[in-house]
Design a protein around this ligand. Sequence first.
Ligand code: GLA
Length: 739
Amino acid sequence: MIGWHEASRSFKIDTPHSSYVIALADEPAYAGHAYFGKRISDEDVSQLLRIAEPPYVPSRNARDKLSFLDTFPMEYPTHGVGDFRGSALKIRTKEGHSASELFYLRHEIVSGKPEAEGLPATFGDNASTLKLILWDEVCSLEVELRYSVFEDCDAVLRSARITNRGTRELFLEKALSASFDMDNEEFELLTLHGSWARERHMQRRRIGSGFQGVSSGRGETSHQHQPFLGLLSRDCTQERGEAYGLHLIYSGNFLGSVYGGQFDNLRISIGIDPEDFCWRLAPGESFLTPEAVLVYSDHGLGGMSRSFHDLYRRHLIRSVWKDRTRPVLINNWEATYFDFDEKKLLAIAEQAAKCGIEMLVMDDGWFGNRFDDNRALGDWKVNEEKIRGGLKKLTDGIGALGMRFGIWFEPEMVSPDSDLYREHPDWAIAVPGRKAGLCRNQYVLDLTRSEVRDHVFGLLTDILDSADIAYVKWDMNRQLADLGSLGLDPECQGELSHRYVLAVYELQERLIKRYPELLLENCSGGGARFDPGMLYYSPQIWCSDDTDAVERLMIQEGTALLYPLSVIGAHVSDCPNHTVGRVTPFETRGYVALAGTFGYELDITKISEEDRALIPKQVEMYHRYHGLFADGDYYRLASYSENRLYDAFLCASKDQREAVLVYVQVMMRPNHHSRVLKLAGLDPKRRYRLYRFVAETAEEVPFGADRAFYGDTLMNAGITIGGLWGDFKALLLHVKEEE
Ligand code: GLA
């Protein structure tokens, strides 16, 4: 799948449906980007480098070197020597210079993937890797560009390992993971944006000249932006047209940028945001960038999404829970907030158990003096005024009901009003001499210091060892600012943001190694750390604090653009919704949460009898269809964020024998009685019957004309959806091959 073509001095990296070609220029041998797109057969496409005659190559035309660098499609552009379109690498020498220039040194093509050195990364047996080693003679700097592919996935994985082979230290001021150039065929840029409670809304815009893109400097991936760039042909729709996707497997500051150049070309890059980054590289030391995922699809957005989903399901998530049906849980956050005790939790659990719910999760407020969000983070000892008799007694009580138990932590934080802070005020991230800013009345612990990490880990394991705990929700409720660490030399303060992310990874790695059966869910004030990096540690991530069914349609559409539904934390909550005040039917909330991990976030002892009666049926529904949502191929049939009226998506089993479809009529349209919905993902030649799920009985009843249709009829002509009266009405349809 990765070949070296000696005659043209080019590399061709093939995935099942795409090709990526790198070619070397004549002496000096710059590594150029020749092609990325739909799979091609020729090995030699080096003519795409378009080195004009007479050659602009500096060895033969030194007077125009800068003109050459202005056009050459550089595979890993460096700063300071005359390529002005944005660099992937910027260094600073001891003398203060920032120029570097990379030329081909050698290469290796190996099976498998090299070690990820403390970073999350894709893995798997069926991988092969190109190591393209570039060299800067003046600084003795080696850059190993890594390209990996898996036989069963349409994705190219890129990273760069930068080594100081000289005798003097160097500083990396920018070290991106991937960059490549191509012509601008009037692409549009797709990115994901939002805020707390409205994460990952899709935004599509024309690409203009100059720099545009996304970044986060918040120390985490953030509510506001996602480390993703999509480049779409103008005709790109859900299932047609071209889509390129770049996604970064990382949980900290990132930069994804597109530079529209003077010759209608684009430079696309992704990696760690250089804004808060400066890494000292002592002689002999190496720095490895996070891994970037590059996907090409000629089946529109849907094709791109399915490539990301397959890659993450097969080659990124490690948890034993990856392919297991997760327990249906009930979380007490929206039910009680901080106002609970063990009696209240047991009352919720008792009622939940009767409804078939399988796990109780005790959220924030169980420890130290935590009666509100102003105090006690860091004091991870059970508050026995609330949990009388201790944790073991509570979990035994939950266990006696036949339920598992889960618990909330926010291990990265410390409240000023906490025993931990009183004892170790210097453990909080702060710039000496400056009062650090609070956020939710808390500071961030300096986890780059091993003594702080060890202390936090000890507190976590004390709790986890003290009772039968099956699940942990690992939360993170503020961004990083006032970047200063007492553990770092002055010239290494710029390493803090990245070292912080590495420290979180190390802690989570220790946790899952010690408790391999633990179901870990990451969370950050809802979905502020919803990124592929986190998936390497936890098989699911809380998607958003907004549990309103309508807002969730948009959040989950943006999230499912990149992430498989099996990882999207989604719960049914009470109405009026606590975030937006909207009232939607309980049934609809259930279908929307089904496109995720599924659970409840409400006081089950207080909701109406009518709603409560639906819960056992929804639990049945979850167990019946979850496999299709979690493992199937995802197709978006309609987007409420686009049409402002209705939403529909479908998940088809890989063998195309069945599918499940959720349709939500968000807004009733007067005097409009039905609409046609075209299905997708079915086998045109097989015949299928459609059934509607009945919320009150969990039965399936025939939907529409009670007969079988060929897949091509269902996909090309469609089905009629009608008879739904009112806003927020929804349907769940099961499409089954006729026996
Ligand atoms: C964050 C989480 C919520 C809840 C609260 C508790 O906002 O996203 O689900 O756990 O913290 O403080």
